[in-house]
Design a protein. Structure first.
Length: 319
């Protein structure tokens, strides 16, 4: 009787563990098979340029005089596609260049450490390969930190900086490391793919068609936990720390589009207002949107950029 009781106590947990192990084995297998299948279905876009012995992918659109260079936020798996709505709004006025840093989009992987300085140098080399020597630098999220390093090294080439809810040195939470081991484990077990399938599609908005959304989904599965992006995630705290106290040159025009109601980062708007106040012409535009402003408010961003670069008042700005 006692033996039966012990078995009754032990068996349910054992069965649960066995079921969980079986489920994880299934999701891992499905993920591996799907990843191999998707590798042949990813369609080329943009153009590849040689950088440091590897190739970096860029999307160039428009043939107008002034150039705007778009840099993505951390974890953006396909920047050239992610920025498509903003590119469409700007390329009738400017030449727009969306750079896909190593480890994103169709660019190669790299073992070069993902420091802000290295990323800036690689972007600069890509622009040199394209013969682009004067441009507006526009960065989303973490690229606001990378841009500080970039402008320090290549100030004579940068006409202005445009931040799209861009990161700021000293922002709360910047010293909290990303659990990269967990990111890789979730990818390998197929859980990341499963969760993406269950979650609402962030690209399910009018600006992205079904084909583009499918391409982004496949590039997310390929790139998000690949070695280059994992290295960049692991260096986030160091890159923020290196930027501590850094500001843009006082003579650089700076336009900052900022989510007006960001409950995740305390003092988000105020941090950007302080950054804008550090230059002679700094403009902050509060926007009622979410972090990826270019996905849903690209027309408003483009209108603000055109006005700013023309030296006019920017709609909704506090100057």
């Amino acid at each position: 009787m006692k033996r039966s009781t012990k078995l009754a106590i032990i068996l349910p947990p054992l069965l649960l563990v066995a079921a969980l192990a079986g489920a994880l084995a299934t999701t891992a297998t499905v993920n591996a098979v799907a990843t191999r299948d998707e590798a042949d279905r990813i369609e080329p876009y943009g153009q590849r340029v040689p950088v440091g012995g590897r190739e970096l992918n860029v999307v160039v659109s428009g043939d107008h005089g002034q150039t705007i260079v778009l840099l993505p936020g951390l974890g953006t798996a396909a920047p050239g596609l992610d920025f498509a709505p903003l590119i469409d709004e700007l390329d009738d006025t400017y030449r727009v260049v969306a750079v896909e840093p190593f480890g994103t989009g169709l660019s190669d992987q790299t073992d070069v450490p993902r420091t802000a300085e290295n990323i800036a140098a690689e972007v600069h080399e890509a622009l040199q390969q394209l013969g682009i020597e004067r441009y507006v630098l526009a960065g989303h999220s973490i690229s606001g930190v990378y841009a500080l390093s970039y402008v320090e090294d290549y100030r004579d080439e940068v006409v202005a900086f445009v931040g799209i809810d861009s990161s700021v040195p000293g922002q709360p939470g910047a010293d909290e490391p990303i659990a990269t081991d967990a990111v890789v484990l979730l990818r390998d077990l197929g859980i990341s793919r499963l969760l993406r399938g269950l979650a609402a599609d962030p690209y399910d908005v009018e600006a992205y068609d079904d084909t583009t959304r499918e391409q982004i989904r496949m590039l997310e599965a390929r790139n998000t936990a690949a070695p280059t992006m994992i290295d960049e995630m692991g260096r986030v705290t160091d890159n923020f720390a290196e930027a501590t106290g850094c500001t843009f040159p006082s003579d650089l025009p700076v336009l900052l589009f900022v989510v007006a109601d960001d409950s995740d980062v305390e003092g988000w708007v105020e941090l950007h207002e302080a950054q804008a106040a550090s230059v002679s012409r700094g403009v902050v535009v509060r926007m009622a949107g979410e972090h990826y402003l270019h996905r849903t408010l690209s027309a408003e961003l483009a209108d603000g950029i055109r006005a700013f670069l023309a030296g006019e008042s920017v709609p909704g700005a506090a100057e």
